[in-house]
Design a protein around this ligand. Structure first.
Ligand SMILES: NC(=O)c1ccc[n+]([C@@H]2O[C@H](COP(=O)([O-])OP(=O)(O)OC[C@H]3O[C@@H](n4cnc5c(N)ncnc54)[C@H](OP(=O)(O)O)[C@@H]3O)[C@@H](O)[C@H]2O)c1
Length: 267
């Protein structure tokens, strides 16, 4: 079984390295700008690398790892010249396998296989995928194929229906991107406005995160503390005003989040 990766960005490189190191036959590394594919092929000897002119050669399993907006076009580029591959897979959390509708109609396996992992550089170790939880969605054939690979390689995954992909991704955005943004705001206030030293900032953030992790594990995330939960109107107003002076958007964010806490508590 030959696996090819089209889109040799950060996620595509990671998946290609993962399958290569696990002993799969990674046949093609293809990128819009071929240099990136050629560079990776130096690390993974035996893989054929280049640009879209190689799309007509793909067989068996194709992983499309382009940015989300290019998945459909990239698939059509392949499909228009080559319908031989049996499986079409992409890595997006937000887009479903419906982008491969022509392949699904032709009874191919289609799926999305989204690693819940922040792949922020090309140097991330493929072994990290072993710890990630993948979101798996697709048609019966696509799901069965990826589930068997996941089982064989000890990859963990959750099943997602095609209809709920967008909500699934929104949850990931809250868990990862928005949580990071909140921490970044706190870090900036501690460092830039309060001039705390680095160790204190790290220890403060760490202790809050440990407390939150405990709440995740004990299922008590709906138990809030803080001025919004106490309905401490004076503190809320003062803090919102002070933040608005630094940046009006920050003040607005504080106000909206305080409202949301009250809403979640049912106040
Ligand atoms: N990074 C993450 O943390 C992460 C996590 C889970 C899933 N994913 C998913 O993985 C996929 C790739 O993300 P990434 O982070 O690897 O992105 P990336 O590093 O920015 O790479 C983007 C890739 O898409 C290609 N591309 C962009 N526009 C294109 C177009 N119009 N036509 C053809 N190819 C195009 C780029 O080719 P060039 O090199 O020629 O620009 C590059 O290979 C996305 O579906 C994303 O949702 C990412």
């Amino acid at each position: 079984m030959r696996i090819s990766v089209v889109g040799i960005g950060k996620a595509g490189s990671l998946l290609a390295k993962f399958f290569y190191r696990k002993g799969y036959s990674v046949s093609h590394l293809i990128n819009r700008t071929p240099e990136q594919a050629l560079k990776l092929a130096h690390e993974l000897p035996g893989c054929k690398a280049g640009g879209f002119e190689l799309l007509a050669e793909l067989e068996d399993v194709v992983i499309i790892a382009t940015s989300d907006s290019a998945i459909r076009d990239t698939f059509l580029r392949i499909w228009n010249v080559n319908t031989r591959p049996e499986y079409f897979i992409h890595l997006s959390g937000a887009i479903s396998s419906r982008v491969f509708e022509e392949a699904a109609k032709a009874e191919k396996g289609v799926a999305s296989f989204h690693p819940n992992l922040s792949i922020s550089s090309f140097s991330i170790s493929p072994s990290l995928l072993q710890k990630a939880i993948f979101g798996l969605e697709g048609n019966e054939k696509g799901i069965a194929f990826l589930a068997s690979i996941a089982k064989k390689e000890g990859l963990r995954y959750v099943n997602i229906s095609t209809e709920s992909k967008i909500l699934y991704h929104a949850a990931a955005v809250f868990s990862s991107n928005f949580t990071q943004l909140m921490l970044k705001q706190a870090e900036s206030l501690y460092r830039e406005k309060l001039l705390f030293d680095n160790l204190s900032v790290v220890e403060l953030l760490e202790s809050y995160l440990e407390g939150l992790l405990k709440k995740v594990k004990t299922g008590t995330l709906s138990e809030f503390s803080g001025p919004a939960a106490r309905n401490d109107q004076r503190t809320l107003e003062l803090e919102q005003r002070c933040l608005s002076e630094i940046n009006p958007k920050l003040g607005k964010l504080y106000e909206e989040l305080s409202c949301m806490i009250r809403h979640v508590r049912g106040d």
